[in-house]
Design a protein around this ligand. Sequence first.
Ligand SMILES: *Cc1c(COP(=O)(O)O)cnc(C)c1O
Length: 235
Amino acid sequence: RHPRLPSLKVSELGDRYFEVIERIDAAAVGAGRASSEVTLVVITKNHPAQLVLDLLELGAKDFGENRDQEAAPKAEQVRATSTVEHRWHFVGQLQSNKVKSALEYSSVLHSLDRESLLQALVKQQISKPLDVFIQLNLTDDPGRGGIEPKNLEGFAEKVLAAPNLNLIGVMGVAALDREPEVDFETIRNASQKLQVLAPGARFISAGMSGDFEKAIAFGATHVRVGTAITGKRNY
Ligand SMILES: *Cc1c(COP(=O)(O)O)cnc(C)c1O
C-alpha cells in the first residue's frame, strides 16, 4: 500500500485520495482481509490528464475510464508526460469499433458484457493476453448490458477458449434502487460458481464511491472509485 508522503504539499486531492485508502484499509481489516488484496482503481473520467499526473505523484497506479474517445488522448498525454508506471482499466461499455483503440492503452477490461464484444476482442492481435472481467447484468431487465448470472458459465467457457484473453473474474455495478448488499451478494455467488470452472478467475470488481466499503465486505478485490477522490466532475 502507498505510504503517506509527509513532504507532499497537502492538497485537497491528496486528502481525499489518502482518506479513501484509509477507508479501504479499514474495510479490509473489518472484513478479516488483507488490504493488499484490494486494488484501488481511480476513475478519472471527465477530468483532464493533469489530474492523473497529480494522482501519479501521490502514488496512485491504477486508473479507469469508461469512454475510449476521452481515454485514448488522455492516456497518450499521461504517457508522454510521465515516466511513472501505471495501468489503465477500461470500465465502460466498449463499442466494438473502439476495441482496437482501447487495447492500445488498456491493461484490464472490466466490462466484457456481451457476445459481440467477445467476438471483436477475439479478432484482435494482442501481444500479451488481456485481463478481462465478465460484467454481470444485475437488473431484472435482460435488455440491459451485462451477462445474466444464469448465463455466466456458458459465456465464461467461450472467454476461456479465447487464447488472447485472460479471464480474471466478474464485475458488477450495484443497482441504485435497492441496498447494494443484495447485488454484492449476487456478484460473490457468481464469482464462486465461476471459480469452479476457472480457479484463476478469482477477482471481483465491485464498489464505487458510495458503496466500496460494503463491496469489500463481500469480497471485492478491485474497487472503482471516482468522485470520492477526484471531486465533482466537469461535465
Ligand atoms: C464512473 C464509474 C465509476 C465511479 O463512480 P463514482 O461514483 O464516481 O465513484 C465506477 N464504475 C464505473 C463503471 C463507472 O462508470
